[in-house]
Design a protein around this ligand. Structure first.
Ligand code: SF4
Length: 246
């Protein structure tokens, strides 16, 4: 615990330094610093391959197509998403896909009939996303996400560089608006997820995604939940406990 606390303080200092360094820089400049300058250690992209995920992937692919792309395959995705993963990787020339799946024994114990998302969505995300993610993130120093401030109330104060438990989480698109996202998709003629055209503005696991006029209303409709296991780790001890498995 003492080690975890010290790591946390050191990472907070690194995050502060990086936020100062990245102030006023474009997403592309930030990514170049990270992917080529190595200013945040070993990076990986964390991608849902959802509605707008291709924007960050394109910016990364243009700079370093061998960057690892971590995809949490929860076993609850739409078939269209699973096909889209391969199509995007191929179309962008990205070479390193890291598929992360939940532990089958944990699934059997915690969600034997596959309905945990109905009775306890937080626990379902924990088993299918958080735990597998903790397992893979110890191979990296920072994760790049496509999160934007405008997306939810909780994200409005989001900084470009954050400490999430004991990892650096870097959000190069934090300042982008929906208009900028749409313009980039259009200008670059990027392949969007096929369900966008069917009225899904935000796409995650199939049971927890519905068509909607508003991106976040389309996720976990009807319950008070706006973030999934990718962006909500359990507690400060998660990294410490996985360090022991190195
Ligand atoms: S988004 Fe839904 S189905 Fe997917 S892990 Fe979370 S609760 Fe389970």
């Amino acid at each position: 615990m003492v080690l975890a606390t010290r790591q946390s303080i050191e990472l907070a200092e690194v995050a502060e330094t990086l936020n100062a360094r990245f102030a006023g820089k474009s997403a592309g400049q930030i990514l170049s610093d990270i992917l080529h300058g190595g200013v945040a250690g070993r990076p990986a992209v964390l991608s849902s391959f959802g509605a707008e995920a291709v924007v960050l992937l394109k910016l990364v692919a243009d700079r370093k197509p061998s960057t690892p792309v971590v995809f949490l395959e929860t076993r609850k995705h739409f078939p269209e998403t699973l096909e889209y993963v391969d199509q995007v990787m191929d179309s962008l020339g990205m070479t390193t896909l890291v598929r992360v799946r939940p532990d089958p024994n944990q699934l059997l114990a915690a969600d034997p009939d596959g309905t945990l998302h109905i009775t306890d969505s937080d626990q379902c995300c924990y088993i299918r996303k958080t735990l597998p993610m903790i397992g893979v993130l110890k191979d990296y120093d920072c994760v790049l996400t496509g999160r934007k401030r405008f997306q939810t109330d909780d994200r409005q104060a989001m900084q470009t560089v954050e400490v999430q438990n004991n990892w650096l989480r870097i959000n190069p698109l934090a300042e982008w608006s929906q208009q900028e996202i749409d313009a980039f998709l259009d200008d670059q003629q990027l392949m969007q997820h096929p369900l966008v055209a069917m009225g899904f503005p935000s796409i995650g696991c199939a049971p927890c995604t519905v068509p909607s006029d508003n991106a976040r209303d389309g996720r976990w409709a009807g319950i008070d939940k706006t973030e999934c296991g990718i962006h909500q780790f359990g507690n400060e001890d998660d990294r410490a406990s996985t360090d022991g498995n190195d």
